[in-house]
Structure formats: C-alpha cells, structure tokens
Design a protein around this ligand. Sequence first.
Ligand SMILES: [Zn+2]
Length: 243
Amino acid sequence: MEFPKINLHIHSIFSDGKNSIKQIIKKSLKLGLNYIAITDHFTNSWKANVIPTLDTVEKIEFYLKEISKCQNYLRENNKNLNLFKGIEIDIESSETFIKKLIQPEKFDIILFEYLETPEGISFIKELIDFWKKTIEEDDFPILGLAHFDPSFFIHESLDTLIHFLVDYDIYFEFNSWYPDYYSRQNELFFKKLKGSGYSIPVAIGCDSHSSRRLADIEEPLELIEFYCLEDNLKQFLNLLQNK
Ligand SMILES: [Zn+2]
C-alpha cells in the first residue's frame, strides 16, 4: 500500500540542526512530505556541553511558539503537510531537570534517546507515571524511542522491554541514520513488535540535521515491509491523525 510520507525526527537550529523551522517547512513542502515533527534536543548530560539544547523554560516556549506559527501558516494556506511539536529527551539527563522543564501536554510527540538498560526502562516509567498524575489522557503526547538499538535487549531482557512498550504505549522508530540496528540479528525483536494480543506502533524518523536529508524515508519503509510491520505503521498513523 501507498503510505503517506512521514519524517518524525527532525532537528532545527534550536539544537544541533542546520536549518530554521521555517526553512525545514519550505523544504518539506517541496519534497512532498505529509507528516513531520520537529524534535530538538533536551539534555543536561555530557551532551549539553557539546550541542545547543532546549535547556530553559524560555527557550522551550520560544521554540513551541515558532512551531505554532508555522502550523498556522500551513493551515491557513491549506497545505498538505502536518507539522507536529516534538522534543527528544536524553534519558541520561537528571530526573529533576526533566520534571522541572518538560510539560508533556505541550508536545505532540516525545522521543526518548539512549535507552540501553533495564535501569533506563525504570527511569522512563517513573517519568511517565509522574506525568500521568497531572495530565488528562487526551492531552498526553505520543511517546517513542529515538534510534533505539534492540541489540542491548535482544539476549536477556527482551520480554521486559516488550512489556514496557506495550504497557506504556511507546512506539518504535525506524531511523534512517542507523540501518545496522535493523539487521537480521535483531529479527526476534521485530517479530515481537507484531505481537499476539497486542501490537506496538512503528514510525519513521530520519534524524535530519540538514534539510537535504528530510526525505530519506525509503530505506526505513523497506525495512517495515521486510519485517511485515505495515499494520503497526497504520496503527501509528491512526494515533497521529487523532493528534
Ligand atoms: Zn535526534
């Protein structure tokens, strides 16, 4: 089947991307993309010393406002491009920093990066439980794993990981920057995404840091087809259309 063109992992000059949000929109329209999300970095780990990041309330507000402006422009001009507000949270950041600065209801999509251990799972679970205490379910963003490498879990904690994704409604991103994560050695993980009695949504993100790479979605799509996860992608698109 023909899927809409989606890239839900894009960086702008608000973190380490090369282009402004406006430039990203312009290029996405040219490339015929249908769904995009700006997902700039949020971190106070070692990474904060290396790249610019959304590390103050003011920066985050300004960032969200810029995206809102572009959303209005697209709507008013009847463009066939849906733009979403995202953010990529480094889970090596401190818990207090995340809890203090992130208001999840302000975003459509939250990506977590660097999930590599069962402790990482506990960290994310605790955050989500904390957020769920204060936010209505309808206002909750879609949650996903950014460039997640299944090989960290494939040998020992695969079931813990799968239960976590199912219980906490987390989607899996095929990221065009990291094709080796999706090799046959992790086949069991991809089989489990199809599930039995459950199914885990999958999406596509290019980790675009420059507008030249905005439409690198062919390889992720091929992988989704290779692992027969088309229904999981449809499931994700339904979630997105309700946003
Ligand atoms: Zn990223």
